[in-house]
Design a binder for this molecule. Structure first.
Ligand SMILES: CCCCCCCCCC(=O)SCCNC(=O)CCNC(=O)[C@H](O)C(C)(C)COP(=O)(O)OP(=O)(O)OC[C@H]1O[C@@H](n2cnc3c(N)ncnc32)[C@H](O)[C@@H]1OP(=O)(O)O
Length: 153
């Protein structure tokens, strides 16, 4: 089976949302598909906000990390880099449209809508049983040498 970008390019990282090496993390897995990236995530009970529905902060983290990887992968392709660009989240916002069921697999899609230099805008949506329950957008910036995140992937 195809490897997730996180496992292929950053297996040692410990980010709470996407680091494969964080034993308490969410371990999201992102895969290129179509014009963006997709992530499938099945929540656990301790991710719930109320019984049977996902906590909003967890939804934010899913978008944050998956959109970040979408930006990083986009820059890798655009700039012909050997690995995803070292991007961090500059800002993001989430619209919680309806309660998100937490006892099933969820689909998160994201795609780049604008890019200029090392700044990339990404939009995402969260789908449960074919229904969009949340949307997000954000700005992700590839850091320069000297930034605390540099070389930490
Ligand atoms: C391989 C990928 C692995 C990814 C795994 C990690 C995923 C984890 C997701 C995270 O949680 S990251 C951690 C949380 N984020 C941070 O801690 C970031 C804190 N902020 C910063 O470090 C800096 O503010 C930042 C690197 C984002 C920008 O500082 P810089 O000095 O590098 O850039 P600069 O200020 O020159 O801005 C560059 C461009 O971004 C734009 N920009 C910067 N901050 C912005 C902002 N807040 N909102 C919108 N745009 C922003 C800025 O206008 C400009 O646009 P233009 O190039 O078009 O002029």
């Amino acid at each position: 089976m195809e490897q997730a970008l996180q496992d292929k390019f950053a297996p040692e990282t410990r980010c709470f949302g996407c680091g494969p090496s964080n034993p308490k993390g969410l371990h999201i897995k992102s895969f290129p598909e179509g014009d963006g990236l997709v992530c499938r995530f099945t929540p656990e009970e301790h991710h719930e906000g109320f019984p049977g529905f996902l906590n909003g902060g967890i939804i934010g983290t899913l978008f944050d990390c998956h959109m970040n990887w979408t930006a990083a992968y986009f820059l890798m392709k655009r700039d012909n880099l050997p690995s995803p660009a070292p991007t961090v989240t500059a800002e993001f916002s989430v619209q919680l449209l309806k309660p998100t069921p937490s006892r099933q697999e969820l689909l998160i899609r994201a795609r780049v809508v604008e890019a200029q230099g090392r700044r990339v805008k990404v939009e995402g949506e969260l789908v449960a049983s074919g229904e969009v329950t949340a949307r997000a957008s954000g700005t992700f910036v590839a850091v320069k040498q000297g930034h605390p995140a540099w070389g930490r992937w």
